[in-house]
Design a protein around this ligand. Structure first.
Ligand code: 5GP
Length: 181
């Protein structure tokens, strides 16, 4: 494990097995339908790239980037769209793919925003759910793992842009973001 980590929460093998399971569930739920997968940049791209390869129904994917004002480890609830979709989602079966749902503020904003564009259906898939920190209720249709209230990095999740490329997910040592040793 990288020395900035406190412990590994999920190994690469555990993640791959769970992602394959989610892909199978999604494929069965959307049988005979075509899917539009919307990945939320940047954190979800590693998860999305593995997930779509386990989904067997025809699909398209596109990306949105949002920013939430606040410090790097706390979300503020004020969400701004930095990059919007390239296409209309009207009458499409949309699946939002997120890396982690924490307070729920980002996802709540995204769901309301996308709902107003008239999709045929709208569901949410997140790799990680941190329910203990929820500030607004959000419906999660597919969840990879429920996680404790700790700051996680790896497999797309970053701290100041780092650690995204790790194949595993680790708890970041407090000393890294609190300073000192
Ligand atoms: P929410 O709006 O649900 O509070 O925040 C969701 C976003 O906060 C995630 O997409 C992610 O960017 C960030 N976030 C929340 N918890 C963690 C965490 O444990 N580690 C990392 N790296 N980002 C997190």
């Amino acid at each position: 494990m990288h020395p900035d980590g406190e412990r590994i929460l999920f190994t690469g093998e555990q993640i791959q097995a769970r992602v394959a399971g989610l892909g199978a569930e999604i494929s069965s739920d959307y049988k005979d339908k075509e899917l539009l997968v919307i990945g939320i940049l940047k954190g979800a791209i590693i998860f999305l790239s593995d997930l779509v390869r386990s989904i067997t129904v025809p699909l398209y994917y596109d990306f949105m980037a949002v920013s939430s004002y606040g410090s790097s480890t706390e979300s503020s609830g004020v969400v701004r769209i930095l990059k919007d979709l390239n296409q209309s989602i009207e009458n499409c079966h949309v699946l939002i793919v997120e890396d982690i749902v924490d307070t729920g503020l980002t996802l709540n904003y995204l769901v309301e925003n996308l709902k107003s564009r008239g999709p045929a259906s709208l569901k949410v898939c997140t790799l990680l759910d941190k329910p203990s920190r929820r500030k607004v209720p959000v419906k999660i249709d597919y969840n990879g793992f429920t996680v404790p209230d700790e700051f996680l990095v790896g497999y797309g999740l970053d701290y100041n842009g780092r650690y995204r490329n790790f194949p595993y997910i680790m708890v970041l040592s407090r000393r890294v973001y609190e300073g000192g040793n």
